[in-house]
Design a protein around this ligand. Sequence first.
Ligand SMILES: O=C(O)C[C@@H](Cc1ccccc1)[C@H](O)SCc1ccccc1
Ligand SMILES: [Zn+2]
Length: 173
Amino acid sequence: IREIKFVPEACLREKCAPIEDINDEIRTLADDMLQTMYDAPGIGLAASQIGVMKRMFVLDVAERESEEDDSVEKEPMVFINPEITWSSEEKNTYQEGCLSIPGIYEDVERPAEVRVSFLNIEGEKQEIEAGGLLATCIQHELDHLNGVLFIDYLSRLKRDRIVKKMIKQQKQA
Ligand SMILES: O=C(O)C[C@@H](Cc1ccccc1)[C@H](O)SCc1ccccc1
Ligand SMILES: [Zn+2]
């Protein structure tokens, strides 16, 4: 399990670098990220959230009854060097949260459907079309790889209040 970085840590605002070679280090990183995500718990996690500035995120939006019995399939997905190649005009609004901005939940509007191309952990080129929560999560995680956070879609007043609150929380920690 890796340590999740919180706002206002600088790494959350940096752009991540493409992954050149999918080696054992990357495979271990993907496993660590999935473990960290499930432990949080969350449905997505980007490498920059644990301070690793590489273009990779993991997600698992599968609905599971309970954490105990893993009978209901976990559907972990690893996205390496992801790119959105198309997004719908139609929008979706979802109350988003972020593991790096604990306790804050705000409505964010995003394209309802996206087509994303990426490499999977085996290094194979993939292209999938997503809607619903999967589309929201992919866009939320890809933003992380570009140093963009969901609070950037809120008013400046709201964003500044949230950042001030996070700084206060960090001081108390
Ligand atoms: O910080 C992250 O990237 C994990 C995010 C991913 C996410 C946020 C909003 C909408 C979709 C995905 C979440 O904190 S994971 C926690 C969570 C769980 C279920 C629904 C929404 C958020
Ligand atoms: Zn996030």
